[in-house]
Design a protein around this ligand. Structure first.
Ligand code: ZN
Length: 388
């Protein structure tokens, strides 16, 4: 059922309908194409779920509960017109890799090829839910609840995002917290009576340095001040300022530690005031959430005679973070092998499409015939406790 020409034809069909996340009409058109390709393999239409104008697709099993969730997105980062500049092509030599034919086209690697693989892998299997969202590249503002709901209903989540280098599965993704720190001081003339002011720029500088000290490189925690600004004119003691903070963590415990510390920031200058807004945005996909599924994937790959699997921990987040955040075992990066996500040289290695689809199907069959028995009360409890 997994033929290379069939996979390539489906990937081309998906790539040739552009779907930039912020263009709701384009996303709706793309959803119809995805629905058609999916229905051809699964034998039935998806539910179209439109939230704030964004079109998501869901195939739940005809009977019984969904036990395994295949998770993907059909939006891309590429604006309309990208396809005309870089059409979908298959070339026989790869300048990027020097190995085998490559398929190119906007969104092919992240992650339209993964969608085609999912449809091919799920043919004829009962118990599989497929959720294809339309706003992942924006951080899933409308689909987060859908992802969490379906993940809660299933025993395992397989994410069709592109693999890491060389086909590595993504067994760990950092969680993300975002903050804005507002600083309020008091304006005064910088020449006549600066001593009467409370300098928001100076207070901001204190807070920027305090925030950077919350990082813990050994734990994999980064705390990065990003945007910053203060003041109104060059000769006024600034009355107000603000800066943004990007936090990346490997564990929920670290996300909570940094959150508590951010909220405990206190002004240094007498009379200055702080306002801290924001908080955890995506929970981490911890290595413990993928370990059981990874062990299965190793077994399946070996039994199918596939190359040994490699793994990677990555800083970027995906919907896999939300799935793992509700406590369901989650394995990410099961999509295409290739490179150049969000970049001009985006490509998919054609020779790896069939073996990756066989791996995916093997994993599905394994999970459906031998469901995970290990509930994860530890993860479930801590994940629930930190949900906003
Ligand atoms: Zn993606």
């Amino acid at each position: 059922m997994t033929s290379l020409p069939g996979l390539l034809a489906d990937i081309r069909t998906l790539v040739e309908c552009e779907s930039p996340s912020s263009d709701l009409a384009a996303v709706a058109r793309s959803a119809e194409v995805v629905a058609r390709v999916g229905a051809a393999h699964l034998g039935r239409e998806p539910e179209r779920i439109v939230l704030d104008g964004v079109t998501h697709l869901r195939w739940r099993p005809l009977e019984g509960p969904g036990r395994v969730l295949l998770l993907g997105h059909h939006d891309t980062v590429w604006p309309l017109g990208s396809l005309a500049a870089r059409p979908c092509t298959i070339t026989n030599t790869s300048p990027d890799t020097g190995a085998g034919p490559v398929l190119r086209g906007p969104g092919c690697f992240d992650m339209l090829a993964g969608l085609a693989m999912a449809f091919h892998a799920a043919v004829g299997l009962e118990g599989v839910t497929i959720l294809v969202t339309g706003d992942e590249e924006l951080g899933s503002p409308t689909s987060r609840g859908l992802v969490e709901e379906e993940a809660r209903r299933c025993d395992a989540v397989l994410v069709l995002e592109a693999s890491a280098d060389g086909g590595a599965l993504k067994t760990e993704r950092k969680g993300v917290s975002l903050y804005d720190v507002g600083v309020r001081g008091h304006a005064a003339h910088a020449g006549l009576e600066p001593e009467r002011g409370i300098n928001a720029t100076v207070e901001l500088a204190h807070q920027v340095l305090a925030v950077t000290r919350l990082a813990d490189p050994a734990a994999g925690t980064t705390v990065t001040p990003t945007l910053a600004g203060a003041g109104t004119t060059t000769n006024t003691v600034p009355a107000a300022g603000a800066f943004s903070v990007d936090v990346r963590v490997r564990t929920i415990a670290e996300q909570e530690r940094v959150d508590a510390a951010m909220r405990a920031l206190r002004p240094v200058l007498p009379g200055a005031q702080l306002e801290i807004t924001g908080g955890p945005n995506r929970p981490p996909l911890e290595a413990s959430a993928s370990a059981g599924l990874l062990a299965r994937a190793h077994r399946v790959a070996e039994s199918l005679g596939l190359e040994p699997l490699t793994t990677a921990a990555v800083g970027g987040a995906s919907d896999g973070n939300f799935a793992a955040g509700v406590g369901t075992p989650t394995l990410d990066g099961l999509g295409a092998v290739g490179g150049g996500a969000h970049a001009e040289h985006e490509h998919v290695l054609v020779d790896r499409l069939v073996d990756r689809t066989r791996l995916l199907r093997g994993l599905l069959v394994d999970l459906l015939t031998d469901p995970p028995t290990t509930d994860r009360p530890d993860l479930r409890a801590s994940a629930t406790a930190t949900r906003p």
